[in-house]
Design a protein around this ligand. Structure first.
Ligand code: PEP
Ligand code: MG
Length: 590
C-alpha cells in the first residue's frame, strides 16, 4: 500500500489553498457555499399559499432584530448617549407601521419574498428621506441601511443554512460560533473559511464538535463552486478544490489512518488521568453550548472548567430573556455531576460582541468583560442572581469566574456585589451557597504580575492563555496579517503563567489553565511542570493531552518547563520540547 502523504504539487484541474489548520481531521465531499458578507436578494416570486408564512418570517426577523438592538442600546446607554439615541431611533424605524404596511403589501399582493419586500420598502423610504434635502436626516441613511441589512440577513439566515446540503463541506467567508452549531445540525463534515482566528470562538466550537476546519484559506469562496468536490485537510491546513484521482486516493488513506487514531483515543479515554509518577491531573471541559454537554461524559472530563456565557448575547434572544438561563445552568450542573461547573460572567466586548454600536478605536483594549459588568450593574446583578440561585440549589457545584481582570479593585467590587446579593437571599429565605468560590481569569499581563496580591482577593485563578498571548505579544488574536506572531508557546507567555502559578501555590489557592494552550499536549507538559495540575480545554482534546502527561513524571515535566522558561523564542521552545521528548523516548519505552 502506498502510504505517502499528499504532495502539494498541483495536478491538472485541481486547486490548492494553504490556510491554517484550526480543527483536526479530514473531510472529503461536495462543497456548499455559505457566504455571510454579501447580501443577494431573491427575485423568485412566492407561491400564493405561502405569502402569510413569508410575512410571518419578516415579523420573526423584526422581533429578533429589535431585541438585538435593544440589548445594544442597553449597553450603549452607559457610555455613549449619542449611540444610544441612534439605536432608539433605529428601533422606531424597524417598528414603523408604515414600513410594515408596505412590506406586507409587497408580499401579499406582489408575492415578493420577505427579503425583497424589505429591500424595496427601505429603498422607497430612503428615497423619501433624500427628497427632503435635510442634511441631518440624510446623514442618518447609513443607520437605516444598517437596519435593512440586519433584517435581510436575519430573514436569509435560515435559508442560507438550509442551502447547506446535509453531509457537505462548507466553504465560507468567516464564521460565528452559532453558524458552527447550525452546520453541525446539518451534519456538515468539514469547513474551510477565508478568514478566522485560531482562538476565535467559532474555531473552539468546531473543535468541540469534531468538525475539521481550515481557516485563513484566502480565496476559498472565490475558487469554489457549489457541488465541487473538495478536501478539507484540518491537519496540515489545506483546502484542495476539484482534486484529481490520485489526490483523492491519498486523502482517503489519510482519513482512514486518522480514524484509527481516533479509535486509539477512545481507548485512552478509559485510562486514569495520572502522570507516570501517579499524580492526578484534573482535566475539565470548556463548554459554550448545550450541544456540547454530552462531550463531558464522552471524554470523561472532570466537570466544566469554563462555561462561557457570551452566546446568550450572540444568539437570537435579548437581555430580557436572560433570566431564563437558570435552566441552562441547571442542565450544566447535571451534565457535569458529580463534578463542578465554573461559570464565567459575561465576557462581552473585544471580538465577542462585535455588533456594538459603541464604536471603539481599540475594542480589545476597551470596554470588555468585567469593565462592562461594573458599568452595567443591572446586567451584572441579573447574571449573578441567576448563577447564585442555581448555586443555592446545588451547593458546592458552581464557581464564579470573573473575566478580563486587570486591577485588584475589580475583583473586590465583584465580591462586594456577591456579598450584597447573598444578604438579600438570606433575608428572603432563599437557599444560597455559603462557600461560593469567586475566581479571577488571569489573561492580562498586569493580573499575572500582581498575582500575589490578587490571590488574596480571589478563591482561585484560571489562566486564559488566548488573551494572555494576545496582550503579552500585542497581537490581535483574530488578525490574519499577524497570525504568525500569535505565539501561544512564546517564553514570555510561559513566564507569566509561571509567575501566576508560583503566587497561587504560595498563597494556597487553586490554579488552572483554561485557554487553548492547555489543549496542546506539548504545552500541557510544560504547564504541569510548573505545578499546574488542573487543565480545562475543548473536550475533544482531552485524550491526546492525557496520553502525553501519562508518559512523564512530575519531576521530568518540571525539568522541561525550566528549560522552556529560559528560552528566547517560540522556535527555541519547540526545539527544546522535540529534543527532550526524543531523549526520553530513548530512555524508556513510552
Ligand atoms: C482565554 O482568553 O484564554 C479564554 C479562555 O477566554 P476566551 O477565549 O473566551 O477569551
Ligand atoms: Mg479571554
Amino acid at each position: 500500500m502506498n502510504d505517502q502523504k499528499y504532495d502539494p504539487v498541483l495536478k491538472a484541474g485541481e486547486q490548492l489553498i494553504n490556510g491554517q489548520a484550526a480543527s483536526p481531521g479530514y473531510a472529503i465531499g461536495c462543497a456548499s457555499l455559505f457566504n455571510t458578507s454579501e447580501l443577494v436578494i431573491s427575485t423568485e416570486p412566492v407561491d400564493g399559499m405561502e405569502v402569510e408564512a413569508e410575512y410571518q418570517q419578516f415579523i420573526k426577523a423584526r422581533r429578533i432584530v429589535v431585541l438585538e438592538l435593544r440589548k445594544i442600546s442597553e449597553i450603549a446607554s452607559a457610555t455613549d448617549e449619542e449611540a444610544h439615541g441612534i439605536i432608539q431611533a433605529q428601533i422606531q424605524i424597524a417598528e414603523d407601521p408604515e414600513l410594515d404596511k408596505s412590506i406586507r403589501r409587497l408580499i401579499m399582493e406582489r408575492h415578493y419574498g420577505a427579503d425583497r419586500a424589505v429591500n424595496e420598502s427601505f429603498l422607497y423610504y430612503i428615497q423619501l428621506i433624500k427628497n427632503t434635502g435635510n442634511a441631518l436626516m440624510i446623514d442618518r441613511i447609513v443607520d437605516i441601511r444598517d437596519i435593512r441589512d440586519r433584517l435581510i440577513r436575519q430573514i436569509q439566515h435560515g435559508e442560507l443554512v438550509s442551502g447547506v446540503a446535509e453531509g457537505s463541506v462548507v466553504i465560507c467567508d468567516e464564521l460565528m460560533p452559532s453558524d458552527i452549531l447550525l452546520f453541525s445540525r446539518h451534519k456538515v463534515i468539514g469547513i474551510a473559511a477565508n478568514e478566522g482566528g485560531l482562538t476565535a470562538h467559532a474555531t473552539i466550537i468546531a473543535n468541540s464538535m469534531g468538525i475539521p476546519l481550515v481557516i485563513n484559506a484566502v480565496g476559498a469562496t472565490r475558487i469554489t463552486s457549489p457541488g465541487d468536490m473538495v478536501v478539507v485537510d484540518g491537519v496540515d491546513g489545506r483546502l484542495v478544490v476539484r482534486p484529481d484521482a490520485s489526490t483523492l486516493e491519498t486523502y482517503r488513506r489519510e482519513k482512514e489512518r486518522y480514524t484509527l487514531e481516533l479509535a486509539e483515543s477512545a481507548r485512552i479515554v478509559e485510562l486514569p488521568s495520572v502522570t507516570r509518577c501517579g499524580r492526578e491531573i484534573v482535566l475539565r471541559a470548556n463548554i459554550e453550548f448545550e450541544e456540547e454537554f454530552d462531550n463531558i461524559r464522552k471524554y470523561r472530563a472532570r466537570g466544566i472548567g469554563l462555561l462561557r456565557t457570551e452566546s446568550f448575547f450572540i444568539e437570537d434572544e435579548g437581555l430580557e430573556e436572560y433570566y431564563s438561563k437558570e435552566a441552562f445552568f441547571e442542565k450544566a450542573v447535571k451534565a457535569a455531576a458529580p463534578d463542578s461547573v465554573t461559570i464565567r460572567l459575561f465576557d462581552v466586548g473585544g471580538d465577542k460582541f462585535s455588533d456594538t454600536t459603541t464604536k471603539e478605536p481599540n475594542p480589545f483594549l476597551g470596554w470588555r468583560g468585567v469593565r462592562v459588568l461594573l458599568d452595567k450593574r443591572q446586567l451584572l446583578r441579573s447574571q449573578l442572581t441567576a448563577i447564585m440561585n442555581v448555586a443555592g440549589r446545588n451547593p458546592g457545584k458552581i464557581r464564579i469566574l470573573v473575566p478580563m481582570v486587570s486591577v485588584v479593585e475589580e475583583i473586590i467590587e465583584i465580591r462586594r456585589e456577591v456579598a450584597a446579593l447573598t444578604e438579600k437571599m438570606r433575608g428572603n429565605g432563599k437557599p444560597f451557597d455559603e462557600n461560593l468560590e469567586i475566581g479571577t481569569m488571569v489573561e492580562i499581563p498586569s493580573a499575572a504580575l500582581i498575582a500575589g496580591r490578587l490571590a488574596e482577593e480571589a478563591d482561585f485563578f484560571s489562566v486564559g492563555t488566548n488573551d494572555l498571548t494576545q496582550y503579552t505579544l500585542a497581537v490581535d488574536r483574530g488578525n490574519r496579517l499577524i497570525s504568525k506572531l500569535f505565539q501561544q508557546m512564546h517564553p514570555a507567555v510561559f513566564q507569566l503563567i509561571k509567575k501566576t502559578a508560583d503566587a497561587a501555590i504560595e498563597k494556597g489557592i487553586s490554579i488552572e489553565v483554561c485557554g487553548e494552550l492547555a489543549s496542546n499536549p506539548d504545552a500541557a507538559l510544560c504547564l504541569v511542570g510548573m505545578g499546574i495540575t488542573d487543565l480545562s480545554m475543548s473536550a475533544a482534546s482531552l485524550p491526546r493531552v492525557k496520553k502525553a502527561i501519562r508518559k512523564y513524571s512530575m519531576l521530568e515535566m518540571a525539568e522541561l518547563s525550566q528549560m522552556v522558561l529560559d528560552a528566547a523564542t517560540q522556535d527555541e521552545v519547540r526545539l527544546i520540547l522535540d529534543n527532550w521528548k526524543k531523549e526520553k523516548e530513548g530512555d524508556f519505552s513510552r
